[in-house]
Design a protein around this ligand. Structure first.
Ligand SMILES: C[S@@+](CC[C@H](N)C(=O)[O-])C[C@H]1O[C@@H](n2cnc3c(N)ncnc32)[C@H](O)[C@@H]1O
Ligand code: SF4
Length: 338
């Protein structure tokens, strides 16, 4: 029924001649834990022509040859497996043995010829280890690596976000790695086309955060949110049709007005970046139109040291060009709490 609603909405999108991507991702939690997972996949497969891609996002622990065979049979476009670092770092977060299980899953998927990507999420506990993980994945033969940054919501609130200086250093290192790995046929992509990559590579293609604009998530209870990292309920598909929710939610319309992130309007990147990640601004400030607190362009000076965590006495100086809706004191207070 929910699949049918999405298909109906795609038909309307086609009529309004838009360029929305029509992608479908099955995520979680762990999607492979669902007893009816392959039944759902078959149903999607029957309507496959409606979607430009179908990706399964998994922790890899339940991937067997039989599962890989069925994923292949249902022609998924790709499988995304998550890792948080090399073995020790990953298992600190995901539990003992999780790394070996995920790597075993990755090998099986690649043996079956399935497009296999690995997703990494940067935060203060793992970011120095992520280049090692990237090298490990290259040696394993992985050809697609997705890089994200921690969003301070849900369980993510118990981890520490990178401060702007750390994120800048991390992204510039990632850009160098990206160039090196591209020569070997490995693609490195920013999750959600993270527009802050623009500041390190002016040719980087992005149109800013797509939450509510050309993406949304449906949670297991039917709640619709602009993105899975953006927990603002805009409706429930068991009570109202997806089309109704998509076209009548005030919150979604506000979100689509990209001029609303007023604090960075003068930035040279604004027309492509539109203020960075809405989920991070929302999770951090509880204000969807605040600036992205991790953007280093918002500050005149950044700390020399990247550890210990930024505290009230640290040397970050707020850039007055961007003061409109951005309170650095809140920023420092919160940073020192994490
Ligand atoms: C798509 S989800 C769920 C799929 C799968 N069940 C799993 O365990 O990975 C997994 C990805 O989201 C990332 N993730 C989870 N919570 C996050 C948060 N609060 N902020 C940013 N990324 C997060 C994980 O690091 C991982 O790369
Ligand atoms: S200042 Fe704003 S528009 Fe400019 S790069 Fe940072 S988040 Fe994007």
């Amino acid at each position: 029924m929910i699949l049918r609603q999405y298909i109906d909405m795609i038909r309307i999108w086609e009529l309004d001649n838009n360029k929305r991507a029509r992608k479908l991702s099955l995520s979680g939690g762990e999607p492979l834990l669902r007893k009816d997972f392959f039944k759902l996949l078959e149903e999607i497969q029957n309507n496959k022509w409606m979607f430009t891609s179908l990706v399964v996002m998994s922790n890899g622990s339940l991937i067997t040859k039989d599962v890989a065979r069925k994923l292949n049979k249902n022609e998924v476009s790709g499988v995304q497996i998550s890792l948080e670092g090399t073995e020790e770092f990953n298992d600190r977060i995901r539990g003992k043995g999780a790394f070996k299980k995920a790597v075993n899953g990755i090998k099986i998927l690649m043996d079956f010829g399935l497009t296999t990507g690995v997703s990494l999420t940067a935060h203060r506990k793992n970011y120095r280890d992520l280049p090692n993980l990237i090298d490990f994945l290259r040696d394993l033969g992985v050809k697609l690596i997705g890089i994200g940054r921690l969003v301070p919501i849900g369980m993510g609130e118990s981890l520490e976000m990178l401060n702007p200086k750390e994120l800048k250093d991390f992204y510039s290192l990632i850009m160098a790695k990206k160039k090196e790995l591209e020569k070997e046929g490995v693609r490195m992509l920013a999750h959600c086309s993270d527009s802050l990559w623009l500041t390190e590579d002016k040719n980087y293609e992005t149109h800013g955060c797509s939450a509510g604009y050309d993406s949304f998530s449906i949670l297991p209870n039917g709640d619709v949110v602009p993105c899975r990292r953006f927990p603002v309920k805009v409706g429930n598909v068991l009570e109202k049709s997806l089309i109704d929710i998509w076209y009548t939610s005030d919150f979604l319309w506000k979100l689509r007005n990209k001029g609303n992130v007023s604090a960075c309007k003068d930035c040279e990147f604004f027309k492509k970046c539109f203020g960075g990640a809405r989920c991070v601004a929302y999770g951090y400030f509880n204000d969807v139109f605040a600036s992205d607190p991790q953007c280093w362009r918002l500050f005149n000076s950044l700390p020399e040291k990247t550890t210990p965590p930024v505290g009230k006495d640290d040397t970050i100086v707020f850039n007055e060009a961007y003061t409109e809706s951005f309170d650095p004191k809140t920023y420092f207070d919160k940073m020192s709490d994490v």
